[in-house]
Design a protein around this ligand. Structure first.
Ligand code: GLY
Ligand code: MN
Ligand code: MN
Length: 463
């Protein structure tokens, strides 16, 4: 189950169809990034470029045009036809490929990527002015990659300085992001299949961590179990740095050191999701290292869970994320007052936003090729309603650090519960339902595993 060349062609056509007449679209690829001397971070393609090309090499640039060339100028075309699509890319280079890996090569690009032509990226400086010359509008994402900004600026400069207007620079540079990101915000059936698979692999990884966890292990060992499960199921990379926070490390929202030993009595918060064909999953579960929630942990956990369930009831097409957030916060505030963590009335807590001391982030975010995916949340100060095909996370949490001025039993506890949902025509579907979420489900899974290990140990002792 993977996207086909025809899917990428369709996306390019859909984008071009929204552009003004006489437009050229330029989408640069990501570049390699040095990690330390002579070594690079594992390459991750730019999400916009990937969305439109499915091409996973650095130093490339996709150029699309809706101009029809009527057999004039330098064109060799016999009939009028749209200029279509060009991939600037690294040419084959046997020496470089021995060191750095295979390249698709210019000859294979048209068939493999569905583009009309492919040129060496080294020739972009020379060819781009001629391509710009035939267009009024350039759609581009300025300020994203300095190398691409420099290529475009250089090309415009050449057009402007060409003698006797032999080249004419485009008159409008337009940000391509709003159109492109609106497209990316709504997932197709094919994308949803991949995202469901990413979610299922990630759900199984969380189950594996719950089954293996015990006091005395190190946080990074659970991280390793999670990554093992991802890779063994075809997802080599996590979609973001995995968070394994035990005890009050769970109160650090983006804790990624994952270096501490897990103590008996700790809760362990794991926020981990794999990347599959570029698409992210993003799941958080929080569970007791020893398999049994304490009373205080139970109270706070159920409060987060009830807050998430309250939010989920509101998340459907036509509603806004803020509707879910309002329901979530109301439930959370009632619970925090009942537990004597917040003082005063519900109205006062809502008015003063005193709950923000313990729940510092939003309800969730769009999910897709980026874990914090593109797409707008507000326009002209109005919340943008959810639509069928939007995928988002729903991830309330409570983070009560060890010094918080609250009843002692709640200090040093961090809990987040995060699921991924897709908005459907009749509400929403939870993509991450495969991982236990209620206290009973989590304790049962962990107990099952302990019982199984005990049986194995006694069998070994007898034999
Ligand atoms: N894993 C990052 C987040 O939940 O937003
Ligand atoms: Mn998230
Ligand atoms: Mn997350």
């Amino acid at each position: 189950m993977s996207l086909q060349t025809s899917d990428f062609i369709q996306r390019r056509e859909a984008l071009l169809a929204q552009c003004e007449p006489s437009s050229i679209v330029i989408i640069p690829a990501a570049q390699g990034v040095t990690r330390s001397n002579d070594t690079e971070y594992s390459f991750r393609q730019d999400s916009d470029f990937w969305y439109l090309s499915g091409f996973n090499e650095p130093d490339a640039m996709l150029v699309l045009s809706n101009v029809t060339i009527a057999n004039k100028g330098k064109s060799q075309h016999k009939n009028s036809k749209p200029m279509g699509s060009i991939m600037f890319m690294q040419a084959s280079d046997p020496h470089a490929e021995i060191w750095h890996g295979r390249r698709l090569g210019l000859d294979h690009a048209p068939a493999s990527l569905g583009v009309d032509e492919a040129f060496d990226i080294e020739s972009a400086d020379e060819l781009l002015p001629e391509l710009l010359n035939q267009h009024k509008h350039v759609y581009f994402c300025l300020d994203k990659y300095p190398y691409a900004d420099a290529i475009l600026q250089g090309a415009i400069r050449q057009c402007k300085s060409a003698p006797k207007q032999s080249l004419v620079a485009p008159t409008h540079i337009i940000d391509v992001a709003p159109m492109l990101h609106a497209m990316r915000r709504i997932k197709s059936a094919a994308e949803l299949k991949i995202m469901q698979q990413a979610a299922s692999i990630s759900a199984n990884a969380h189950k594996r961590a719950m089954q293996i966890a015990k006091p005395g292990m190190y946080e990074y060992q659970l991280e390793a179990e999670i990554h093992h499960e991802f890779a063994m199921n075809g997802a080599r990379n996590p979609a973001y740095s995995t968070i394994v926070g035990s005890g009050d490390n769970a109160c650090i929202l983006h804790y990624t050191e994952n270096s501490d030993m897990i103590n008996d009595g700790d809760l362990v918060l794991i926020d981990a999701g794999c990347e599959l064909q570029g698409y992210a999953a993003d799941i958080t579960r929080t569970f007791p290292a020893n398999g049994a929630f304490s009373q205080a942990q139970r109270e706070l956990y159920n409060l987060v869970l009830n807050s998430q369930m309250a939010a989920l009831k509101h998340l459907k097409a036509g509603a806004c994320i803020s509707d879910g957030m309002t329901a979530c916060v109301e439930t959370m505030v009632e619970g925090l007052i009942a537990l004597n963590i917040l003082q005063g009335t519900k109205a006062q807590a809502l008015e003063q936003e005193s709950w923000r001391a313990y729940f510092m982030h939003g309800l969730g975010h769009y999910l897709g090729l980026d874990v914090h995916d593109v797409g707008i949340y507000k326009q002209y100060d109005q919340d943008v309603p959810l639509e069928v095909g939007v995928v988002m996370t729903v991830e309330p949490g409570l983070y009560i650090d060890a010094q918080a001025n609250v009843p002692k039993q709640y200090q040093g506890i961090g809990i987040r519960i995060e699921d991924d949902i897709v908005i459907t025509s009749n509400g929403h579907k939870v993509l991450t339902a495969g991982v236990p979420k209620t206290i009973d489900e989590i304790e049962a899974l962990m107990r099952e595993n302990r019982d199984c290990n005990n049986k194995l140990r006694s069998a070994h002792a007898v034999s």
